[in-house]
Design a protein around this ligand. Sequence first.
Ligand SMILES: NC(=O)c1ccc[n+]([C@@H]2O[C@H](COP(=O)([O-])OP(=O)(O)OC[C@H]3O[C@@H](n4cnc5c(N)ncnc54)[C@H](OP(=O)(O)O)[C@@H]3O)[C@@H](O)[C@H]2O)c1
Length: 303
Amino acid sequence: MKVALLREIDGPFEVVDVPDPAPDGKVLVRVRAAGVNFADVMVRRGRYPQMPELPTVLGSEVAGELEDGTRVMALTAGGGGYAELAAVDPSQVVPLPDHATFAEGAAFLLTFLTAFIPLTRQVRIGPGSRVLVTAAAGGVGSAAIQVAHGLGAAVVGLVGSREKIETCVSLGAEAAYLYDELPEDERFDVILDQVGGEVFAGSFARLRPLGTVIAVGSAAGAWQPVDPARIVGRNVALAGFYLGRLLRLDPELVGSAVGELLAFWQTGALAPLVGHELPLDAAEHAHELLESRRSVGKVVLVP
Ligand SMILES: NC(=O)c1ccc[n+]([C@@H]2O[C@H](COP(=O)([O-])OP(=O)(O)OC[C@H]3O[C@@H](n4cnc5c(N)ncnc54)[C@H](OP(=O)(O)O)[C@@H]3O)[C@@H](O)[C@H]2O)c1
């Protein structure tokens, strides 16, 4: 089978032939689409906290077919998605809805779980709530707008370039702004932050009393320490979410969230936004789109 191999940090992807994976208690998925996530970019740049051994095949989620033709989506713990075949733990295989394309399947699990679990388990939102989403036109961001809107909240997006504003509004955001153009008087019950750095540091001042910042990513730079005195003094909360560890520690919770999300998807209240579909040998371009902040929705590779 062909894979896009990463031999070294900052290196190119080489499409090479390797032996098919041995099933070894896993199921083999014939990959029809592989999701590209920001974590993959961080691994390639040597910035991910849990670096895999190199050489490696990146890619933590796929959609494709089992040997009997069943259409599935799956998370591939430890990578291996940028490939024609992926060996997947049977517990991670989820049926792909009939109405969904493979590309949508590869754009669903990671993004929507990362939005849905914190927005339903770590905070309570509904009609009357105001939710701010950073990097709002991206993979997780486009999912978070739809989830928060679907739960009845008013959603505002923050984005890095003007052309992404319309994307956020089309997904259900009440409004979207460039990071430094958020109106002075805007305050939120929940801020789902994927950017980290200064955006994260400045977000606490944008909370309503009893509001919560949920840190899910640090695309722009590391999180600075937060002084508990500031949290107490402002009557606010900080929550953190990391799907990878939750999958290991509480797979039942993640499984029940997948079920709820599939039902949600079925109603038409949400749909994965696939912004870019590229062939496997364009993995470098896929990463470049994410790194240069030009991607919208999810970037998907088609082996
Ligand atoms: N905690 C978890 O379990 C979990 C799971 C999945 C993803 N994440 C995190 O969630 C975030 C979004 O992931 P994603 O895969 O959906 O990616 P994405 O949002 O599609 O792409 C990353 C986005 O981050 C924004 N960004 C801000 N500063 C950036 C910088 N200096 N360099 C590059 N991008 C920058 C860009 O949007 P703008 O230009 O609009 O700002 C960019 O489009 C990432 O931080 C990722 O690590 C966390």
